[in-house]
Design a protein. Structure first.
Length: 151
């Protein structure tokens, strides 16, 4: 009887040990997920900041960026329009990367909502600039913008 009693106590202790291990594992995974999401958000924001610092450092590019909101591209030379299109593409690729990161779970809902507000606030119109940009982002992201950012 004594041996059976010790075996039962050992089984209970092993079960408790497994349970404690699982609890620590869940806590560790949650913490790691939060760290990954924070790093992903920081990387995306750093990429956007780099684009915007490029604009700030170049007066001509700053003027082109300001004219982007006017949607009047006829007065731009081909070179100016191409610079603006490349800059626009760079920013929308970052937004696309944020969308992808959100979809695969490496960017949290709160962080994605910050991006989504900007994306929908800058909702592209069917114009020549968007046609020179939309091919450079995923079809899934274009569909998101078309369906989620209704005016």
């Amino acid at each position: 009887m004594k041996l059976e009693k010790w075996a039962l106590i050992a089984e209970i202790a092993a079960g408790v040990g497994v349970l404690i291990t699982l609890i620590f594992l869940v806590i560790g995974i949650r913490d790691n997920t939060n760290v990954t999401r924070a790093a992903s958000y920081e990387d995306l924001m750093s990429d956007l900041n780099q684009v915007f610092l490029t604009v700030v450092d170049d007066p001509e590019l700053s003027q082109l960026w300001a004219r982007r909101g006017e949607r009047n591209f006829e007065s731009l030379s081909n070179g100016e329009f191409e610079r603006l299109a490349l800059l626009n593409r760079a920013t929308w690729r970052i937004y696309d990367a944020a969308y992808y990161s959100f979809r695969n779970g490496s960017l949290g809902l709160a962080q994605w909502q910050r991006f989504a507000e900007v994306v929908c606030g800058q909702r592209p119109m069917e114009d020549e600039l968007w046609s020179r940009t939309s091919f450079a982002v995923s079809a899934e992201f274009v569909a998101y913008v078309d369906t989620s950012c209704q005016e």
